[in-house]
Design a protein around this ligand. Structure first.
Ligand SMILES: [Zn+2]
Length: 248
């Protein structure tokens, strides 16, 4: 199985034009449906829920930051110890399966990487693994190319190790800065489209689930203003697509 979380992706970014292979694969042997995002719709909260199938009250991860009223301590949630629920990575491993977690953002590996046999982040890459997977040096994490790089790494990992479970995610920077239809957003979706097609061609029997932690809203076309994801959640908050595809 592969679970791909396209960080910050709203349904409006995914169209027949921007992602023709995803639409074809979903039509041919999968399905697509609207599912609910957890609130607040930010990266940490949704990874916790997608990885565990539980709600924020049960995962204990309710934001990207923490504040402890008892001690006055506060900071970013970037390392182990915050996630209170078992992840699908841990469950797979318990059942004897092999697991991988590949992410652009380092904190995803930091917070959720406990059950991963193989872990890689573009932000802080394990150079030995980069070499083993014959990858070029990691690009800046705020570029669309970081999405290409992590998906290339996932493909390469499947060629080499074929883990039973691959959990892969990118960075929401592009979708938080560029509206649907902009060249930057289309480029990022093009990478997702291309690599999902290639992964399916490499391992047609692997189930692929694609979902997102959607942005509360996205910028207007051409806009470069960061979306204030921590405040004022938009009413039209988008829900992610979920696509599964199976061998015929
Ligand atoms: Zn995010």
């Amino acid at each position: 199985m592969m679970i791909l979380v396209v960080d910050g992706c709203a349904p409006e970014y995914l169209t027949e034009e921007t992602a023709p292979d995803l639409f074809r694969l979903a039509r041919e042997n999968g399905f697509a449906k609207i599912v609910e995002s957890q609130m607040p719709s930010v990266t940490n909260v949704n990874h916790a829920c997608i990885l565990s199938g539980l709600c924020p009250k049960d995962t204990g991860v309710v934001g990207n930051y923490y504040y402890d009223p008892a001690t006055g301590g506060e900071g970013f949630i970037e390392e182990r110890g915050f996630m209170q629920a078992e992840t699908i990575l841990q469950a797979y491993r318990k059942a004897g399966g092999s697991t991988a977690l590949f992410t652009v953002k380092g904190k995803v590996l930091g917070v959720y990487g406990e059950g991963a046999d193989i872990g890689l982040s573009a932000q802080d890459p394990d150079e030995e693994l980069v070499k083993a997977l014959s990858l070029p040096p990691a690009p800046p994490i705020h570029s669309a190319r970081s999405t290409e790089w992590i998906l290339q790494a996932a493909l390469s990992c499947m060629e080499k190790y074929s883990p039973d479970l691959m959990y892969c995610t990118n960075n929401d920077f592009i979708f938080h800065h560029y509206a649907p239809g902009t060249p930057q957003a289309k480029q990022q979706i093009a990478y997702v489209n291309e690599y999902v097609r290639r992964i399916h061609e490499l391992e047609p029997q692997r189930q692929i689930y694609i979902t997102a932690d959607p942005p509360s809203c996205y910028p207007f076309a051409g806009g470069r203003k960061p979306v204030p994801v921590q405040q004022g959640y938009c009413r039209h908050r988008s829900a992610p697509h979920l696509i599964q595809e199976e061998a015929p």
